[in-house]
Design a protein around this ligand. Sequence first.
Ligand code: ADP
Ligand code: MG
Length: 401
Amino acid sequence: MNIHEYQAKELLAKFGVPVPAGFAAMSVEEAVAAAGKLPGPLWVVKSQIHAGGRGKGKFTELGPDAKGGVRLAHSIDEVRDHSAEMLGKTLVTVQTGPAGKQVQRLYITDGVDIAKEFYLALLVDRESGRIAIVASTEGGMNIEEVAHATPDKITTITVDPATGLMPHHGRSVAAALGLSGDLAKQCASVLAKLYDAFLGTDASQIEINPLAITEGGQLMVLDAKVGFDSNAMFRHKDLAELRDLSEEDAHEIEASKYDLAYIKLDGDIGCMVNGAGLAMATMDIIKLSGGEPANFLDVGGGASKEKVTAAFKIILSDPAVKGILVNIFGGIMRCDTIAEGIVAAAREVKLEDPLVVRLEGTNVDLGKKILSESGLPIVAADDLGDAANKIVAAVKQRVAA
Ligand code: ADP
Ligand code: MG
């Protein structure tokens, strides 16, 4: 689960992380009022969308010469003008994809005189199974580009969970950023607070880009991207409230209502599978057979007919889907339940896509009987390889036609 920059900064401030003062605004009036509460003489009007690269982003509705999604303002009138121009518009950045995202919230914040910009992030490093600290002198830039062009400018340190963050981590990060004296001390202190915030909120990512040195010699967090482990949100009810559904994929929201693990992907073969491992294997074998999965979907172990119906409808409501592969191993979940769900959903939404079903396990014969007696054009498959070949061939034929 991701949150907006202004929410991330409010959260980090509670852990003592230095951030400029600022207020969120949903309208031009609120933006003007927010600016009035800040001292000036420099304000920054920042589009709040769940994507980075806003500063260099472009608004679809404004011309190519218009300013980006992060703008400096030298007066309250300028704050008003920028807010009026950005609110409701579509911002396209390197991270949004070509469709962009509509700006529905702004953040009005103190303008800071920047002497230098750094990059500092904490994330879960799956390879080492530890929290990793990533630091770079190349702040304010797209870190993927830095990693590609000048990987030596990125320093990665992992933290042993048995010891937690140690003073030497702070010294190493300060050294990597070329800081000494008081700035090195500030750096170690900011890092310790970010680490506390990371553990305390079950974060999966805290990315500060830029971490700036001000002309006055202070380290300040000017941009923050924070994401949490969704599986831990049950113990952070206050954080769960920060969720902004308008920033999330509508299908993923629908899926979460039914407790389905659904992730939209770029391909055209919709998948309905039970168990995350089987779902991964199914996606692998689709790719191996020359196809591309349209989604990851795990309906879980003990799904009801309603859950299967909901899952099937979510897959079908994705316009990119050109065919569906159902691959179910009936253990706790019975094959007849799956079959009933498929038939119910296929009747509700007019099924035009080819549908290949591979069932195995408890009540498999009953499940197959329900499917074959349904009158639906379902292709039965014998095993995983056969199922993948059949659906890939059917989708290729459909796309060619
Ligand atoms: P994004 O990464 O989405 O482009 P940022 O918040 O990083 O958005 O803003 C882009 C750039 O704008 C920053 O690299 C920084 O140079 C400048 N900036 C952001 N916030 C401030 C601020 N409060 N004061 C001065 N400049 C800022
Ligand atoms: Mg940034």
